[in-house]
Design a protein around this ligand. Structure first.
Ligand SMILES: NC(=O)c1ccc[n+]([C@@H]2O[C@H](COP(=O)([O-])OP(=O)(O)OC[C@H]3O[C@@H](n4cnc5c(N)ncnc54)[C@H](OP(=O)(O)O)[C@@H]3O)[C@@H](O)[C@H]2O)c1
Length: 302
């Protein structure tokens, strides 16, 4: 998979069209979406436009989408993936991820069903192994090329891996300098599972979202970190580029999101400099103990 892709959480409509156009113009070929982002149709429209115009071939793209928690049952996997494909106007995706290790009840397909008590209507019978078997069938049916996991921890991955016919190709988790999850990353490397960092900037734009659902969240300002700033100055790059380069240089894919076309372009511009061993060490040493996690799933009370 490409080492860099475009993230698309909390972006939709015209903003997403502009961002995606800028990304494709800049050279991005990987796009990260999810059923729960409810923007697959916009991505499908833009991608089709590019393919129809002969500016892009399907096989040049790497499209990732995810099984949402409300469809965490074996019988829901195929209809959900087929619905994503319809919206994306594609015959297959490149990577299909299980979005989170927990499930919600399927209440008329609501993305986040809520009980009368105001908490999320959880499905306590979620069965990772049964779902994984169905994920494997999606590969057999050529509806996705690869399958993987997101937000799973080591025991959960180990269990899937031990019973899989087709092993997970990728794990997507929150990874940034203050939350480097070394044990998890090393476990994946040992088991030939590629890793994708989400929220590489610690998701600085997600505060309004958390505010809107009444959840207090601490978002560290990684762009102002003195170590990051100093290294950026040394290379004539900006802090965002250093944060992305740090992950990429560790062999971890990045999927930064931006609705600003200039930022989309500059986030891709990380291939003309190399961080030296000392700089990598300084950035590795920013890892916080305990780690600072932004997307900690408290957005789903219950
Ligand atoms: N699997 C999961 O559970 C999961 C969870 C979270 C995220 N993700 C995926 O990972 C992607 C990235 O994570 P994220 O969206 O949480 O956060 P992120 O990429 O860490 O940060 C995005 C924020 O940074 C700002 N930004 C982007 N480039 C910048 C730059 N060069 N300089 C200054 N600010 C910049 C953006 O603002 P502007 O838009 O205003 O530029 C936006 O507010 C998501 O979009 C999604 O695809 C997956």
């Amino acid at each position: 998979m490409p080492i860099i892709g475009l993230g698309t959480w909390q972006i939709n409509g015209e903003d997403l069209e502009i961002s995606l156009e800028a990304a494709l113009e800049s050279g991005y070929r990987s796009i990260d979406t999810a059923t729960i982002y409810q923007n697959e149709d916009v991505i499908g429209r833009v991608v089709k436009k590019w393919i129809d115009a002969g500016k892009l071939k399907r096989e040049e793209l790497y499209i990732v989408t995810k099984l949402p928690p409300c469809f965490m049952r074996p019988e829901d996997v195929e209809p959900c993936l087929r619905s994503s494909l319809e919206k994306l106007q594609l015959d297959y995706v490149d990577l299909y991820l299980i979005h989170v290790p927990f499930g919600f009840k399927n209440v008329d397909g609501q993305m986040v069903p809520v009980t009368e008590l105001g908490v999320v209507d959880l499905d306590m019978n979620t069965d990772h192994l049964a779902i994984w078997k169905m994920m494997e069938e999606m590969v057999d049916k050529h509806l996705t090329r690869d399958i993987g996991l997101s937000n799973f921890n080591i025991p959960q991955i180990r269990r899937v891996l031990s019973r899989s016919r087709i092993p997970p190709a990728n794990l997507q988790v929150e990874l940034h300098v203050l939350n480097q999850q070394n044990e998890l990353v090393n476990y994946c490397k040992r088991n030939h599972i590629s890793v994708t960092s989400y929220s590489t900037f610690a998701s600085p734009g997600c505060k309004p979202f958390f505010d809107s659902i009444g959840i207090e969240v601490y978002i560290p300002d990684l762009f102002s970190d003195p170590v990051v700033k100093k290294i950026a100055e040394t290379h004539g790059k900006n802090p965002a580029q250093v944060l992305l380069r740090h992950m990429a240089q560790k062999g971890i894919a990045v999927i930064p999101k931006s609705k600003n076309p200039d930022r989309v372009k500059s986030n891709f511009d990380i291939f003309d400099f190399v961080l030296n061993d000392d700089e990598m060490k300084q950035l590795n040493n920013l890892n916080a103990d305990p780690p600072i996690r932004v997307v900690d799933m408290t957005m789903f009370p219950g």
